[in-house]
Design a protein around this ligand. Structure first.
Ligand SMILES: [Zn+2]
Length: 331
């Protein structure tokens, strides 16, 4: 092949993959959310969970199964060697990091969604080998697993589409009233074939949510509730709730239970989702925290009944936020 032709082929190849990704990773944009199925975000979480499964690392809930590991035998020798090298890197450098509290993992989450098809766009101070691992693994991921993950992500968004569009405005009004902060802009939500051990998580630099599309716990109304819960972790909403709870407990002089603010997020998202179920004529919805048994965890006992007594009446408009915070703090 003459050189000129090779250059043209290379340019065409680079251009078309960039265009493809830029135009296709956003699946849906509503007034308050934009939903994405981004191959880099998906690949990163896939390698992370693959490496964790290989290392036999447990989770806070139940072990994340990675059945794709059984496909490895079908890959060619070079592909398998490259993939194993990427997994080995993840196992060495990232697998033992927590997804909720680790600064590097949270930073990577934001950087990955900005790659726009170019792994070298990642800051140079990231662990050596990360960019190389992602770049080498991407063609293998695309050839064998991405199509199925992307399909599941798009199906998840499609399943939530009409409920989100019909109820997002009343949901935003409720959380602004409940948490005391203002919602601003559009929250980016990346839907992913794998995520962390929970159904999703949110980081704040900028606010960004990842939801696990193929988790049993994120289907149907639970998907909507997880979305509503995670959106409550946006900095402006969460921080004003935390601040006002702190003030209320300071005034009452009592000790604040460590998980109370998070229980309020669960309770409020569950309450909104219950209302959605009623308005849609769907069967009664059991809040995620009750359904998953979270309310019985150590450090959570007693919180849910207290919220039913104080926060529920406030959400229903039968008491003020001040009264609810005072009652919750025993003041
Ligand atoms: Zn949460």
């Amino acid at each position: 092949m003459p050189w000129a032709m090779i250059v043209v082929v290379m340019l065409l190849g680079a251009g078309s993959s960039r265009t493809k990704q830029a135009s296709s990773d956003m699946v849906l944009r509503t007034e308050r959310f934009s939903f994405h199925s981004d191959p880099w975000v998906n690949l990163h979480h896939f390698l992370y969970q693959w490496a964790r499964a290989e290392a036999g690392l447990g989770t806070g809930r139940e072990a994340v199964q990675v059945p794709e590991r059984g496909d490895l035998e079908r890959l060619g020798d070079t592909e398998r060697a490259d993939w194993n090298e990427a997994v080995a890197f993840y196992r060495r450098e990232l697998a033992e990091r927590s997804y909720l509290f680790d600064d590097l993992m949270l930073a990577l989450q934001v950087e990955l969604m900005r790659l726009g098809g170019d792994p070298t766009a990642m800051p140079p101070d990231r662990p050596t080998g990360l960019r190389r691992s992602l770049a080498a693994a991407m063609p293998i991921y695309t050839a064998h697993w991405w199509t199925e993950h992307d399909r599941a992500n798009r199906a998840w968004v499609e399943a939530q589409r009409s409920l989100v569009m019909r109820h997002e405005e009343s949901y935003v009004a409720d959380v602004e009233r409940a948490y005391g902060g203002a919602w601003s802009g559009v929250l980016r939500v990346d839907v992913s074939g794998y995520a962390n051990w929970a159904g999703g998580y949110t980081s704040n630099g900028p606010d960004h949510t990842v939801i696990w599309s193929r988790d049993d716990g994120t289907q149907g109304l639970y998907g909507l509730e997880i979305l509503f819960h995670e959106a409550g972790h946006q900095r402006a909403l969460e921080s004003s709730l935390v601040r006002d709870l702190d003030r209320a407990f300071e005034a009452s002089g009592r000790d604040q239970p460590g998980n109370l603010w998070h229980a309020v997020l669960f309770y409020t998202a569950g309450w909104v989702t219950q209302r959605v179920a009623r308005e849609e004529g769907l069967p009664e919805h059991e809040p995620y925290a009750v359904h998953e048994g979270l309310v019985n965890f150590r450090g959570w006992r007693g919180l849910w009944p207290a919220l039913e007594e104080t926060w529920g009446p406030f959400l229903e408009g039968r008491s003020s936020r001040e009264e609810a915070l005072r009652a919750l703090s025993g003041g």
